[in-house]
Design a protein around this ligand. Sequence first.
Ligand code: 4AD
Ligand code: MG
Length: 465
Amino acid sequence: MKRTKIVDLLSSTEYGKEVCVKGWVRTRRGSKAVNFIALNDGSTIKNIQVVADVEKFDEELLKQITTGACLSVNGTLVESEGAGQSSEIQANEIEVLGTCGADYPMQKKGQTFEYMRQHAHMRLRTNTFGAVFRIRHNMAMAVHQFFHERGFFYFHTPIITASDCEGAGQMFQVTTKNLYDLKKDEEGKIDYSDDFFGKTTSLTVSGQLEGELAATALGAIYTFGPTFRAENSNTPRHLAEFWMIEPEVAFNDIHDNMDLAEDFIKYCVRWALNNCQDDLEFLNKMVDKSLLERLNFVVDNDFVRLTYTEGIEILEQAAKEGKKQFEFPVYWGVDLASEHERYLVEEHFKKPVILTDYPKEIKAFYMKQNEDGKTVRAMDVLFPQIGEIIGGSEREESYDKLVARINELGIPMKDMWWYLDTRKFGTCPHSGFGLGFERLILFVTGMQNIRDVIPFPRTPKNAEF
Ligand code: 4AD
Ligand code: MG
């Protein structure tokens, strides 16, 4: 018999029908006469109840039905009498596909997230992680749907690259050489000429630079892929390997860019509210009691927009009046810390905030320079609980200004020739941003640690599984 997924069985009213269900045992309880098995196959957070009359089955077989074991059950779909479930299965045949011993690491309920991380290969079987990863899938679908509906093209940028987009020097090197065998030149510098690519290469920190090439040809594109940063930040919001979505649009200025960012996030959150109800209700109950309220709030309210300079004034005022004590000092020019961003969002405005026009010293070389000579047309979207969820800007489209900035920062020009060609041949105003996919998932699930919204997190000193 062909198996039916539990999500379909639970919504079926074909009572009396013979069905086959397969899945993993969550619990088994019962009396001398009858056993109740809660079975889950990952298609939904909900379990289906399998009712097994003890007299029909071998005692040895029933003993093997322990938490975590995998079963195939043939039985009759019946309307459930128990509260809180629509249908259940009266078992006729049970086959144990895989037994599961007492050393199963997900045996006990209520383990800490830290414990779960150490068993990340098995945590996928739990309710919480099932919910998180079904939502993660849904958010990926929402991303593609949003851009596809708006005529953007999904553009694949390389993962191995020879340029550092953000200029922060946080790149993982790619080489096929044993590092001890690398040739050195007369000055003692490593000579990569006989390495695989014949030069220094790394894993990309961002697909933006290639994305700009595409936007100035196809008009509007987005990337959605893994990015890598060797920043030694052991925080609940940083990963060494994370996924980023980067739209880039010809002829958009910073205001269009802000509109796009706001529409995009709201679309994704609305998608979750419409398509992930069961999982969100579970997370709202078990992980974060104000989750649904926060998601609805973001969808229903406009984001606040102000400049970095105005933001600094608010923070300085708060510090001066003793409304808030910050660990890190606030002054014009400072790269905002998470506590500053969260004060603006969570305490001052109580809304998502888009900050614009940051000092050029704390932003990347490619951002459009303002007339004041001090600031650039950057925009960061700041979110409750998360801090920065999006970073973007209008791009510097003037060849001369861009080259001047590249020289000022001492970025090796020879690595940049192809990028500069966009400004040389038919340059145009354009803008884009990057959304950290895991930061979006953190927000939508209410989870507290970014390690718990990517299946197998990569962080300093951790590359298990
Ligand atoms: O602000 P960032 O560094 O911007 C860029 O990479 C631009 N090239 C984007 C663009 O304009 N096309 O990163 C963008 C976003 C951040 O706002 C944050 O959400 C996420 O990427 N992010 C990280 N997420 C997890 N772990 C990290 N280490 C992250 N670093 C950035
Ligand atoms: Mg940023």
